[in-house]
Design a protein around this ligand. Sequence first.
Ligand code: AHR
Length: 329
Amino acid sequence: MKLTKFFSVIMVLAFLLAACAPAATQAPAKATTAPASAAKKTYADMTLCYPQLGAESDWRTANSASFKETAAKLGVKLVFSDAQQKQENQISAMRACIQQGVNVIALPPVVETGWEAVLQEAKDANIPVIVVDRSVSADKSMYASHIGSDMEIEGKRSAAEFNKLLPNGGNILELSGTTGSGAAVGRAKGFREALNANIKILDSQTGNFTRAEGKPVMEAFLKKYAGQIQGVFFHNDDMAIGAVEAIKAAGIKPGEFKMISIDGTRGGFQLMIDGWLQADVECNPLLGPQVMDLALKLMNGETIVKEALTDESVYYPDKAAELLPSRQY
Ligand code: AHR
């Protein structure tokens, strides 16, 4: 009896050992998968969505090229679209990217308001959004980071130039950018804050950041305010280029109006060389490398800066001819 009991115990122990054996052999397998899943992501792993807002200006063309060229260089899969300056097209493009399951969305918002719903959808899908170039009014918790220019500073720098050019005051006109865009709102605000009280803004109309719309706005200004204009402030170089066509056609000579623009594109440099612009305030569109660097950090769970503002300056006619050949946009 005792012997039978002994053998039964041996059998139970042998069974228990056999049952435990697979678990023991699985342990090393787990150990090898853990480092693999923690491996750092590279650019080759990245699908980046860039729902570009349009192709309204030379600045925008350079911005699109910066994203396409950087993606090709780094091996990033870029999902690029052109919203033709329509917010609803940008939102549809973002939704398509969310559906597709991209890693990161970089959004250059055409206007400031109305992004909450789609930002929430991206958040729910665990897709971080980097706001690029212009700002959004949505709460900062809705997106990972904002990279771009300080539009208010650009407006302030433009005002400082007018303060120097018109020390005894005068009347100026403003060709503003797209209504409701972070660029137009910020530039107009900064400009008004820094402009001397003896300089009066006679009128402000949008030229939607395009040459085609800048020209008729200037034609209308020239008719309405003939003989009263000392200066013109352009929210971008493309509108300045369109407006100069109207100014030339009206028989006005370079330097008769003091004119300041924003961007620092080759077209703006040419206007300085030709005597039309007295200064061009820089706005840098070459944001592709910086955005992709931040996107990769996000994919690797690293913390990134909430706001990265581009370091920019002001260009003047005296150096324009020398600098033009090396301008990248
Ligand atoms: O948001 C940046 C602005 O948009 C640039 O100044 C302008 O040229 C572009 O269209």
